[in-house]
Design a protein around this ligand. Structure first.
Ligand SMILES: [Zn+2]
Length: 155
């Protein structure tokens, strides 16, 4: 069927599957990924929403957005920068740290002037190249927004 979008998980082609095996779903129809086997909900009777239940989905976040979210999780899990930790930094440390990584892109010598050295050891400042530093800055900005939201100052 040409009106079916690819699988949201693996991008594989999808096909309509009529369930003719005995059981609770006998007579039903679902959309199944031909590559990974993921299937949408089983529809019965008129099945008028069969295709839309497979095609209507939120768009997947981009690789860049996933990388920022992954970095945010890594900072919390591996570095211990949990919500409780971040909540202790009310003087803009997270923002300054993000700026330091952004500065590292354009002026490596200026980056250290932005690192919140009054609170954090220099050992935590680890520039690793343009894209990685943008991801780190993005994760720090996300952490700061979340901190402000928890404090009721999200605006
Ligand atoms: Zn699939």
């Amino acid at each position: 069927m040409t009106d079916l979008l690819p699988c949201p998980f693996c991008g594989g082609p999808a096909e309509r599957h009529e369930i003719d095996e005995p059981g609770d779903n006998f007579g039903g129809t679902c959309i199944v990924c031909q590559r990974c086997g993921a299937c949408g909900p089983v529809h019965f009777d008129r099945k008028e929403n069969l295709v839309s239940s497979w095609n209507d989905r939120p768009p997947l976040p981009s690789r860049a957005a996933r990388d920022v979210l992954d970095e945010r999780a890594r900072q919390a899990i591996e570095e211990g920068f949990t919500a409780e930790h971040d909540d202790q930094h009310r003087r803009g440390e997270l923002t300054f740290a993000a700026i330091a990584y952004l500065m590292a892109l354009v002026n490596p010598n200026g980056a250290r002037t932005w690192w919140p050295g009054w609170s954090w050891s220099w050992a935590w400042f680890k520039p690793q190249g343009p894209r990685r530093d943008l991801v780190k800055a993005g994760a720090l900005i996300l952490a700061e927004i979340e901190r402000l939201d928890r404090a009721g100052r999200g605006g």
